[in-house]
Design a binder for this molecule. Structure first.
Ligand code: ATP
Ligand code: MG
Length: 563
């Protein structure tokens, strides 16, 4: 190898590192932390979506890279919106995306309610928190605005003893919901609104899925979250940009509560997909209105929906990798996600034949009642996948648009007098066609040339078009679901009234489709390339051996080119 080449090889191995890795490298170097612990902290109030995959993979990836721990922590401190059913789906999704999930590293924020209560007491004892009797509206008024400082609450100077007593009685259920709160005593004139004596605890009689009716006071997010991180020994608490202004409060809480090794909050940009609906509120409405058949409808981008659509964890990981980690908001293209799944399946999945919109093709010089079995390569780009036997006979189905009576220029498929190759089989020449009373073509007739059998080495003449087919006698009927974006991209995603501009063609099912007989044995969730049509997966909800259902994951065409 020459010097130049060695140089190149060296350079290509230098993988660029993102700003969070740089912070961690420095923290380890300076001894600020000796072990890296990260967490993904979902609120169990809905299904996870593709955006969450960025957070999951970022956190779990860093823990892996630095030989640390990754925690899945349910942020279940707000009992009104949470549901136990979401806990199971989130756990399954995280396990699926990461390829593993250490059950020992699954935590619940509600398990720390006692620790949070103790922290609150500690703050009161230090004179850093007080019980306030102002109503929610008054608190808002006293808070001031971005331009004007706030006003101190008249209850701000209560004694430590009185605060301890009142807080204890808040906990004991002596006060009405919303009548009193515990607030941090920081600075009502701070330029950061979050530091103007934020509320730490409120009285709310709510049943909690984990702690039942043990508590009638619940901590606020900005107080609970840093404590959860600190209790678990998290080193780097990664969150999205909207929490940047909350960081001073985060730091205040862990400092004043006296944690020895306080975690560090670092913000990164959310992942957005252009023209794709990710908001829980919108998806919930689509589900409730029956527009989609649940949170896992293949047109959505919840993790459950992407899985049902046929995306693989590998494709999601590649997509997240390509979209990068940054501090600036940006939006990625759905086409990039499609590129990733094509790349992942290309070499791994068998290439089969399926006819979505059939028309009959009769080979008039082929023996009647004869079926021959042709050897067909499962994946021409990956010989290791072997071959299979595909039945061929006198009557086939081909795609309706692979035949035209009067073709335009550059149409190389079937038309009267033209010869094409039947993929993996023979050359055929169109001799005739049959129409119904309305003039619709119902059958195409042709003759075949036995000399031209695929694999025979025939080199007598060339044809320009190759079309695919299935043998009518042995083919299996299948329901094939073709998807487009659920929103009408041309009109824009949202209407002025906040509703979604729905695309009426987001799901189409051709009237009758046929697949190779071997596909009848496919299991739910198994995916295939259907040549010329794209990648398809056996639906995990509706497909059965009697009624096959395939979802199109992605078509063959790509509008995305990697940089
Ligand atoms: P909500 O919309 O109800 O606030 P959420 O999408 O923020 O919900 P959480 O359960 O709070 O859901 O999110 C869990 C974690 O995932 C948080 O740390 C959050 O910052 C991160 N996260 C949420 N959305 C995205 C996104 N689009 N890209 C990257 N990370 C995200
Ligand atoms: Mg949130």
């Amino acid at each position: 190898m020459s010097d130049i080449c060695e140089d190149c090889a060296e350079k290509s191995e230098v993988v660029s590192r993102h700003f969070i890795q740089n912070v961690i490298d420095k923290d380890l170097e300076e001894g600020t932390y000796s072990k890296i612990v990260t967490r993904f902290p979902p609120e169990p109030n809905g299904y996870l979506h593709i955006g969450h995959a960025r957070s999951i993979l970022l956190n779990s990836g860093l823990a892996k890279e630095y030989g640390g721990d990754f925690h899945l922590r349910f942020d279940d401190t707000n009992p009104t919106k949470e549901k136990a059913e979401y806990v199971d789906s989130i756990m399954e999704d995280v396990r699926w995306i990461c390829g593993e999930l250490d059950r020992e590293k699954v935590f619940y924020a509600s398990d720390y309610f006692d620790a949070m209560y103790d922290c609150a007491v500690k703050l009161i004892q230090k004179g850093k928190a007080y019980v306030c009797d102002l109503s929610a509206e008054q608190i808002r008024e006293y808070r001031g605005t971005l331009k004007e400082p706030g006003k101190d609450s008249p209850y701000r100077e209560r004694s430590v003893e009185e605060n301890l007593d009142l807080f204890e009685r808040m906990r004991a259920g002596e006060f009405e919901d919303g009548s009193r709160v515990l607030r941090a005593k920081i600075d009502m004139a701070s330029s950061n609104m979050n530091m103007r004596d934020p509320v730490l605890y409120r009285v709310a009689r709510m049943e909690h899925h984990n702690t039942g009716d043990k508590w009638c006071i619940y901590p606020m997010y900005d107080f609970a979250h840093p404590i959860e991180d600190a209790v678990e020994g998290v080193s780097h608490s990664l969150c999205t940009l909207e929490f940047e202004d909350h960081r001073p409060l985060y730091d205040w809480v862990v400092r004043e509560c006296g944690f020895d090794h306080p975690p560090k909050q670092i913000e990164f940009a959310k992942l957005y997909l252009t023209n794709v609906v990710t908001g829980k509120r919108y998806i919930k409405k689509l589900v409730e209105d029956g527009i989609v058949d649940g949170w896992d409808d293949p047109r959505l981008v919840s993790i459950a929906a992407l899985r049902r659509r046929g995306f693989t964890p590998e494709s999601i990981r590649m997509f997240i990798e390509l979209s990068g980690i940054s501090k600036a908001n940006s939006s990625s293209d759905y086409a990039m996600l499609e590129y990733c799944i094509r790349e992942d399946l290309k070499m791994k999945r068998p290439r089969m034949m399926a006819i979505l919109n059939p028309i009959k093709l009769v080979i008039t010089n082929y023996p009647e009642n004869e079926i021959e079995y042709l050897d067909v390569s499962n994946n021409q780009e990956n010989e290791a996948m072997g071959t299979r036997k595909v039945p061929f006979g006198r009557v086939l189905y081909i795609e309706r648009d692979d035949f035209m009576i009067e073709p335009p220029k550059k149409y190389f498929r079937l038309y009267p007098g033209n010869e094409v190759r039947l993929m993996n089989a023979y050359f055929v020449t169109c001799t005739d066609y049959v129409t119904d009373e309305a003039g619709n073509v119902t059958e195409v007739r042709c003759t075949y040339d036995p000399e031209t059998k695929s694999g025979s080495g025939f080199s007598g003449r060339k044809v320009k078009g190759t079309i695919h087919w299935v043998c009518a006698e042995t083919a299996r009927k299948a329901e094939i679901r073709l998807y487009e974006n659920i929103v009408d991209e041309e009109k824009g995603v949202y209407n002025e009234d906040g509703t979604i501009n729905l695309n009426p063609n987001s799901l189409t099912v051709p009237e009758s489709s046929y697949v190779e007989p071997e596909l009848a044995e496919a299991e739910q969730g198994e995916s295939f390339q259907f040549v010329r049509q794209g990648y398809f997966v056996v639906d995990t909800k509706d497909s059965s051996k009697e009624h096959l259902v395939f979802n199109r994951i992605v078509s063959m065409k790509s509008s995305y080119r990697p940089k």
